[in-house]
Design a protein around this ligand. Sequence first.
Ligand code: ADP
Length: 478
Amino acid sequence: MPDKMETIAHMPTRAGFSWGILVKSLMIITSPALIALIPAVALDALSLDAFLYSYCTILVITAFILKPFLANISSLTQYVNNLAEDRQLEEPSFKHLNTISDLPAALITLHHSWEKKKKHTASLITEYGTLVDSLPDILIMCDKDQKIVRTNRMAREVFGQNLAGKPLIGIIPNDELLNGIAAVMEERRGRSLEFHTDLPKPCDFRAIIEAFPAASAEGIAAIITLNDVTELRRVSKMRADFVANASHEIRTPLASIKGFIETLLGPARNDPAAQEQFLTIMGEQATRMKNLIDDLLTLSKIEMNEHTTPDGKTDILQVIRKEKEAFSWAAQAKGMTIKLDIPDDFPPVLGEENELRQVMHNLIGNAIKYGNANTEVIITARVTSALPETPHFAKLHRGVCVAVIDNGEGIPRQHLPRLTERFYRVDSARTRTIGGTGLGLAIVKHIVNRHRGVLTIDSVVGEGSTFSIYLQAYDQEE
Ligand code: ADP
């Protein structure tokens, strides 16, 4: 077998059948006959004519037998060369070689298995490409000079198209990340780090950097996975702020109660008038703490359910009427009146009655708290097609808008976006004396969010404020 392979290797590479090779082969193959015939001529056992006739006959017959074999070997060589150069070709016929060797059949089998493996590898590459593209994290592969070699779809969405070939420093100019990649390439040991970048927008990322495990055909030296943790950091900061604020809110009335207890046990021990005054204040502080804890519990309950949309039917007109009743005494105490401007046949809304009652309670309560004495609070409700632009409302033709309008001091513009934050107050000292917990509007916002509705706030300083909530009417299909 090795001899045959050698013969093949010496065949002309791309040309077809060669006469030169045929002649050379004939000379070699017929040389034993020549060696046998020449002594016979020398010893006069064979005449020269007979020698020439015999040798020519051997030559012709051998050439006749050998030619198709050599032609097959030529085709085989060409076939192998084409295979090596990965050119598509038809399988040639090796009928003469097949009679003496399994090599052509083995080569054709090898070609088939090769084709199968090529297809398998191509489909694996497509599969891995799709997999990498569908990853939610950003994936960037770079070479030893920190030039981008490859990226996934997410990376291109965040940092723009055509990233390949660009230096990473131009895309993410962050020293922490670039030094981290350099260290990973040097130590050949993965690491993770967090960094902040302002490109393409302010973002916090957690990066996992891995050295590429083997020599890469594309020159990939490191793989960087970036996970956007901006929201996570914001939420954990919010949580920390919330705990600090809630503790502060509870500590203040508690400190005041503790102070009065010490006074009652000490200097005011025998002063009934002071005792009564202090006990009244202590009662107010205890109520403030109770209200705060009630609001905190309400808020946490709503937050827990925020991802499930309510599907109940609520007669919002009835809810508003009841809340108006509940506040009639407080309104009277300030010389205020609550007016309803709602059609009698107002449709029910999609939502949970208790939660919508809480919304109306907080909004009407605020309108009375912050409205000027001897003014009107007006509550309107309309079916409207002028809806805020949200994905939910985009699917609806019309919705319901309930507005609570007061005549109060109004709220300066710069405070409006922050009003629904927990414990945010426009005038902290004043609102605390009025008795607010700073959680009322946060509760409203979370309930409205859960109902996939919208809360809007309009205010004019010196004139008053309008708090509007947009909800879905109950009878409405999405
Ligand atoms: P609070 O319990 O302090 O009233 P809210 O969350 O209900 O808390 O309101 C937050 C802040 O928004 C209030 O402290 C107040 O400064 C302001 N605010 C709310 N409603 C009104 C209103 N109708 N008019 C003026 N300011 C308001």
